[in-house]
Design a protein around this ligand. Structure first.
Ligand code: AMP
Length: 450
């Protein structure tokens, strides 16, 4: 078994990791930390939940600790570019906790908040800058940020940058950075545009790849319910009342949909908060804090706003609207079943979403078991190629989704926490370590809704 000590991490980092309760490196950390410590460029294929943040934060902190302090103003030596504010804030927290026994200054800049405190922190000098592209370019163009001193560059969640339309901003940032530096790119998938971007700035990179642990995916008890669009809210309220829910994330496609849903749930006495791109940063932080503290049972979120949210004890993920990017489904359900816990993921599919369901099942390589025994089941919403609900009292009647302990599944069976039997699970954990970029699955166009 590899330990963090085997990875040659320095004592102040080992001490912080011990306090975090990390006993051994995750596979992505095991693969990425050694080449990064050697000064190599790395191309990583990994999504949130794999421990990828520590995989690059630790070598960065070690890299900085080896630098001799120079008198005068502190230059920006590390730039971490990330697509969303929430992720940026979480990265800042990671540098804070892993670097607690080191003396580096890190700072996070993102849009949607007052820029003045950001400008004054930048003027004082920082070692590590974590930023979203828009605010970074804005402050850079006005002379508040000097990128010419950057020695270590991380592009995090590159495929999400592409989805969110930030790819040109990323290219502009790259142009402002020195050519000679150590580089790292992390992406959950490797569409062509990202592979070619990677090729444009990574130098002879070591490729590392880890898909989420199969046990995580298998621990998630997935099901789909066919329901008319107009009945989705009622079905959700019913499930939220009947199931033994600790914390639930409900994914909607649009911000307005998220707001409407919070109001509807409120009418059914279910406390819910929403986070999406239209909310101020303060409102998002408040909503997240309330949800984490258990003051709200449900967090209603759009994909982009939820990206990277790191909460370990989510019991349920509801795909209230199916994502039109199938990869998002995997990201979404991965919010539950974390840290060795069991998780339940329930997807609603209405009469317009059959094609999305098909795409999802293609990439997860399994049929999601159907639960049809609910008051709002709609035969009209069942996509053509699926078997319709059997008729007659002795038929293979659908089964009840009620309550965690008596939850049973139709269309292939399954039990809470058990492996779905509807098909092949999405594959075991893959490891790869080789040279050069690699293309991943084709990615459909972005939904563009936050
Ligand atoms: P990430 O993929 O970076 O978003 O990390 C997902 C979660 O795993 C976070 O809650 C981290 O704190 C946690 N984590 C990262 N590395 C380890 C480790 N080696 N052991 C235990 N937990 C970890």
């Amino acid at each position: 078994m590899t330990t963090f000590t085997d990875l040659n991490l320095i004592k102040p980092l080992l001490k912080a990791l011990g306090e975090e309760g990390y006993t051994k490196p995750t596979p992505i950390q095991e693969q990425a930390i050694p080449p990064l410590l050697e000064g190599r460029d790395v191309l990583g294929c990994a999504q949130t939940g794999t421990g990828k943040t520590a995989a690059f934060s630790l070598p960065i902190l070690q890299f900085l600790s080896e630098k001799k302090p120079r008198p005068g103003k502190v230059d920006i030596k590390v730039l971490v570019l990330t697509p969303t504010r929430e992720l940026a804030a979480q990265l800042g927290e990671s540098f804070e906790s892993y670097g607690r026994y080191l003396n580096n200054r890190h700072f996070v800049v993102f849009g949607g908040v007052n820029e003045r405190p950001q400008i004054s922190a930048l003027k004082k000098g920082i070692d590590i800058l974590v930023a979203t592209p828009g605010r970074l370019l804005d402050l850079h163009s006005r002379g508040y940020i000097d990128l010419s001193t950057v020695e270590f560059f991380v592009l995090d969640e590159a495929d999400r940058m592409l989805d969110m339309g930030f790819i040109h901003d990323v290219k502009r940032v790259l142009e402002a950075l020195p050519k000679k530096k150590q580089n790292l790119l992390f992406s959950a998938t490797m569409p062509k545009a990202i592979a070619s971007l990677a090729g444009s700035f990574l130098k002879n990179p070591v490729s590392v790849e880890v898909t989420p642990e199969s046990t995580t995916v298998e621990r998630i008890n997935q099901s789909v319910m066919f329901v008319e669009r107009a009945n989705k809210r009622r079905l959700l309220a019913q499930l939220m009342t009947e199931q033994n829910i600790g914390k639930a994330i409900v994914f909607t496609r649009t911000k307005h949909g998220a707001n409407r849903l919070v109001k509807q749930l409120d009418k059914s006495d279910i406390t819910a908060v929403a986070i999406h791109g239209n909310k101020s940063q303060a409102a998002r932080n408040r909503a997240l804090a309330d949800f984490k503290a258990g003051k709200a049972l449900a967090l209603v979120a759009t994909d982009i706003a939820s990206r990277g949210i790191d909460i370990d004890d989510i019991t349920h993920v509801f795909n209230f609207d199916l994502p039109n990017e199938p990869e998002s489904y995997v990201h979404r359900i991965g919010r539950t079943g974390r840290a060795g816990r069991e998780g339940i993921a329930i997807a609603f599919c209405d009469e317009t979403e059959g094609a999305y369901l098909r795409d999802i099942e293609k990439i997860i390589r399994m049929r999601i078991p159907v639960v049809a025994d609910h008051e709002f089941h709609s035969e009209a919403a069942v996509p053509g190629e699926r078997p319709k609900r059997p008729k007659g009292p002795s038929g293979n009647r659908s089964r009840s989704p009620r309550g965690r302990n008596n939850q049973r599944r139709g269309g292939g069976g399954g039990r809470p926490g058990g492996k779905p039997s509807g098909g092949k699970p999405s594959g075991g954990q893959k490891k790869r370590r080789s040279q050069g970029p690699r293309r991943g699955p084709k990615k459909p166009s972005s939904s563009g809704t936050t």
